[in-house]
Write a protein that binds this ligand. Structure first.
Ligand code: PEP
Ligand code: MN
Length: 343
């Protein structure tokens, strides 16, 4: 059940939370962005709540991902440091797959920034398919990311793999990344829900749209409304590609959820020569940004070199992304209504 209340209806809010507690139901809430609060309760409450003072609206036929859905509020924006995701201008996250070393990372961060990146990405804790592959520098890598932020002013996003690491990673990062392989690690999602840092939630590579949004709901229901979704490719039977970027999910998510969604054409293709066009395709599909793996010497990157582009390639992509985004914005008002009405 979703219950919308006025922001100043403190007594009513307390009463609703009490009623939820009496039923052992989880209660979560989100700011609607229009001066009210939407409370989700994990079980239907007595319909009399509608008559409590300050209650504006009750929604009972909402989606299972209640506070992540458009039933709860209009489009969200998420701030990462001073970079805002979801405000109409595509945000570019870029950097190496793995943090390799302090000086190397600072140099890479400066190159990525000069190419148009606004957020630095890089893994310190790496989920690798093989236990023999480089597993990341761990806390040392987090310190390197903090040094790169200091050197460039760019906020940093990095992966957290375990619930017990959330506090540690939150101490260094501006945004927590939950990787594809952990999208359904519910204890990790709950722990990220208790963090004050925004979360980049990557889609499990065989997750459905609903499963993806239910994972976002886990984070939000545990207290953290700042979730950005990331499509990073799904598994099909095709061995020509490491993964297949599923761009359906972008308008698919936007039709039912207010959360920003970005696209990762690096993991989504596995092939660096495909990154450029799939980045543009992601923006054309309506993505709020891109996450791209960049390294000055991709062939010698410690992980994911085959899908990693150079800073020079990034510069060209960013230029074309912004050009495309401007054309789309200019034509949006006249065309979107017609196209969606004919759907
Ligand atoms: C990454 O971003 O480097 C990464 C490991 O991503 P994913 O979880 O999408 O595989
Ligand atoms: Mn990678």
């Amino acid at each position: 059940m979703l219950i919308e209340i006025q922001a100043n209806a403190i007594a009513t809010r307390t009463r609703i939370l009490q009623m939820a507690a009496e039923q052992n139901a989880l209660a979560a809430s989100i700011d609607t962005g229009t001066g009210s609060e939407m409370i989700a309760i994990g079980t239907p409450l007595d319909p009399m709540v509608e008559s409590l003072s300050g209650v504006l609206r009750i929604v009972t036929n909402h989606k299972a991902f209640a506070i992540a859905s458009l039933d709860a509020r209009g489009k969200s924006t998420v701030a990462v440091g001073d970079v805002v995701i979801g405000n109409g201008t595509p945000v570019i996250m870029a950097g190496p797959c793995s943090v390799e070393g302090r000086d190397a990372l600072i140099a890479q961060a400066k190159l990525a920034q000069a190419a148009g990146a606004q957020i630095l990405r890089g893994g310190a804790f790496k989920p690798r398919t093989s236990p023999y592959s480089f597993q990341g520098h761990g806390e040392l890598g987090l310190q390197m990311l903090a040094d790169a932020r200091e050197a460039t002013g760019m906020p940093v996003v990095t992966e957290v793999m375990e619930p017990d690491q959330v506090e540690l990673v939150s101490g260094y990062a501006d945004m927590l990344q939950v990787g594809s392989r952990n999208m359904a690690n519910f204890n990790l999602l709950k722990a990220c829900g208790r963090s004050s840092k925004p979360v980049l939630l990557k889609r499990g590579f065989s997750a459905t749209l609903e499963e993806f949004l239910m994972s976002a709901e886990y984070i939000m229901a545990h207290g953290n409304p700042n979730v950005v979704l990331c499509e990073r490719g799904i598994r099909t039977g095709d061995t020509a590609f490491r993964f297949n970027l599923d761009l359906n999910i972008v308008p698919g998510v936007q039709a039912v959820s207010h959360l920003p969604i970005i696209v990762d054409p690096s993991h989504g293709t596995g092939r660096r020569e495909l990154v450029h066009r799939m980045a543009l395709a992601g923006i054309a599909a309506g993505a709020d940004g891109l996450a791209i793996e960049v390294h000055p010497d991709p062939d010698n990157a410690l992980s994911d070199g085959a899908q990693t582009i150079t800073p020079d390639a990034l510069r060209h992509i960013v230029r074309r992304v912004h050009a495309l985004s401007e054309v789309l914005a200019e034509t949006e008002i006249e065309e979107l209504g017609i196209l969606e009405a004919s759907a």
